[in-house]
Design a protein around this ligand. Sequence first.
Ligand code: PLP
Length: 390
Amino acid sequence: MIPSVLPTYARAPLSFVKGEGSWLIEADGRRFLDMGAGIAVNALGHAHPKLVEAITNQAALLWHTSNLYNIPNQTALADRLVEETFADTCFFTNSGTECAELAVKMARKYWYEKGQPERTGIIAFEGSFHGRSSAGIAAAGGDKLTRGFGPLLPGFTQLTWGDIAAVNDAIDDHTAAVIVEPVQGEGGIRPMADEDLQELRGICNRNGILLILDEVQCGVGRTGKLFAHEWAGITPDIMMIAKGIGGGFPLGVVVATQAAAAGMVAGTHGSTYGGNPLACAVGLAVLNEVSQPEFLQEVRRKSGLLRQKLEGLVAAHPDVFEEARGTGLMMGLKCKASNIDVVNAGYDNEILTVPAADNVVRFLPPLNLSDADIDEAVARLHKAASQIST
Ligand SMILES: *Cc1c(COP(=O)(O)O)cnc(C)c1O
């Protein structure tokens, strides 16, 4: 008989009942070190006092009004995002995949308004992940995401990851935009080289097409800059943000330049919940912490520490691990053993990591984890790896 919860997830047999910083407490009392942070969501860890305060205060005032009315928290968060980024305007969603829906609509509407409605094509990359909605799976392509769900939303092409020259060849007079994650998350922690992002920006400029960056996983301080594209010194036309921005409360946002967003006038898009007072109260509290230069500096310092220790782990267990890769606090260990075995051995040692494609184990810890948490994580991983290699 089908379970009461639709069985679309392969869940670990763990049930967490409480969180404290970088730690999760299982129903049986065991304490797990959380190096996954709900897949890069709990950017400030669990039960951060400022987030608890923000949501509790707002919960006592007002939860939801719909977008029929002004939402002061939403305007405040939009103003802050405009202040902190390239963007001129923001639309709030409840998830990453809803951002993919709007990014695609926005790019197509941009060309429609310019009198080139035939420009609907979106160039994407293999190994990408843009969520599970119809636009999200069509954009990422790949059998795993799309099989059985056709007919897919038309207009998407996937190029080989890292093959920037191919973008030039793929662009034709039906192309509207290019969409890319500056650091692929689900694809196995694969950062795009700064030069490649710069080249991609140049190609888009020369052809007048839009650049959409999916920073749902790599944004919000994850790489040690507020947004990953800042490392390359470029800006997109449209950017998708979710995961970390809500710190655990469902919140996403598409941010864009005035030019890219020009076609999205009243009535062209909407969301019942998107940007509600509760979500935006939390989003504001997260952004105010994460955007501080000292906070980002600490992310970069801890990244160096974690990186060094992961390299040590690879050196100590060459039969289990192949290499450490990634950037900021978005790191991966490419495995020689099965990544699933490594994640499971982690569970046995009370540490949580996240598998990704390309046989990678991901580390996406709370951005404010302590140096002691990093030491403890690596100690537990050494134990886990020893259990695999013997
Ligand atoms: C998680 C993710 C999404 C989808 O976000 P949901 O909130 O699960 O819909 C989209 N893009 C990237 C890069 C992601 O990591």
